[in-house]
Design a protein around this ligand. Structure first.
Ligand SMILES: [Zn+2]
Length: 327
């Protein structure tokens, strides 16, 4: 008992009290830094190229005042308390709808979610997923997932010279880049996505292409094409904010007349080649609401709707979103 030697003037009883106090303090510190029971749930351990992986993390509240202070500090100064990485690359997390405010008030667990896109250009194979709390508690979860390869079909398309030589204008590039960079904190979608247009799928998501006989490297069909006649209504597949309303006459020479919707949490839709726009930038639209009409504007080989669905800037397949697998 080293403490008894230090506190040599006191009684054995006082020595014992001092020792208990130290033990209690150590216990508090240990609780503040020990691994809490963080629950991690994945939408799949074997996502396919083109899929979106949803990582749900249930974060218990800190157990001590020191933990609360550290958490607040992490939230304000180091970009949040929770960090999800895949092979060391940070995946942005958002609190799942309703879980944060009510959870924080009641001192309950908060549920956070990271959405991770896998594109047809990504390499299949193993990835290491790490979930860490940066509020003084150590790394809490580590697991390996396997990204499954998909053989995407290829097609050859032939464009007339005047269309194949077109390049995006500065305005078009700037506006469409900005559209993909939006990461709104409010989740606006609340149900599985619906198809935005009548008509058969004429070009699937992920199709690789030969343009005028030359294989287009780094290209994959960033969306789904629906064959439909000019003027066919185009509906919002989910609730969202109109974050882009581009017109061919203003410089959208590739996309044509187009509408971009921000669904929140880094999820966004774009509708291209429209004949008409039915909504304006900044407008809130509900799932199933008319946003425009099918057309043949921009770089297009006949009237059709191109719907591109993006997650954190990467275009992914809408299939799992329409089936409600990603929640
Ligand atoms: Zn297309």
């Amino acid at each position: 008992m080293p403490l008894a030697k230090v506190n040599s003037t006191g009684s054995v009883w006082e020595d014992r009290k001092a020792e208990n106090w130290v033990q209690d303090a150590l216990q508090v510190v240990r609780r503040a830094v020990e691994a809490p029971s963080v629950g991690v749930e994945l939408s799949s351990r074997w996502p396919r190229l083109g899929d979106t992986l949803a990582v749900h993390v249930k974060v218990p509240p800190p157990r001590t005042p020191v933990g609360w202070i550290r958490r607040e500090f992490a939230k304000r100064f180091s970009g949040g308390e929770l960090h999800v990485t895949l092979d060391g690359i940070e995946c942005q997390c958002f609190p799942k709808q309703g879980s944060q405010s009510s959870g924080a008030k009641a001192g309950k667990s908060e549920v956070w979610r990271a959405l991770v896109p896998f594109t047809p250009l990504d390499a299949p194979g193993k990835r290491e997923l790490v979930v860490a709390l940066k509020d003084g508690r150590k790394k809490v979860h580590r697991e390996t997932i396997g990204v499954v390869d998909v053989e995407f079909p290829t097609e050859s398309i032939w464009l007339p010279k005047q269309k194949s030589n077109l390049h995006m204008t500065d305005l078009e590039r700037e506006k469409t880049d900005a559209f993909r960079e939006v990461r709104s904190e409010d989740q606006l979608w609340d149900k599985p996505f619906v198809r935005p247009c009548e008509g058969p799928v004429t070009t699937e998501f992920g199709m690789k292409r030969y343009y005028n006989g030359v294989f287009a490297r780094g290209y994959y069909h960033r969306g789904v094409d629906y064959g439909a006649s000019e003027g066919t209504p185009v509906y919002a597949p989910a609730n969202g904010l109109v974050s882009l309303a581009g017109k061919e006459e203003e410089g959208f020479v590739i996309h044509g007349n187009c509408i971009g919707l921000d669904h929140g949490h880094g999820v966004a839709s774009i509708f291209m080649h429209l004949s008409e726009l039915a909504v304006r930038e900044g407008e809130y639209v509900r799932r199933g609401q008319l946003v425009g009409r099918v057309g043949d504007t921009g770089i297009s080989t006949g009237p059709h709707l191109h719907w591109g669905l993006y997650v954190n800037g990467a275009c992914i397949s809408p299939t799992s979103w329409m089936r409600g697998i990603v929640t």
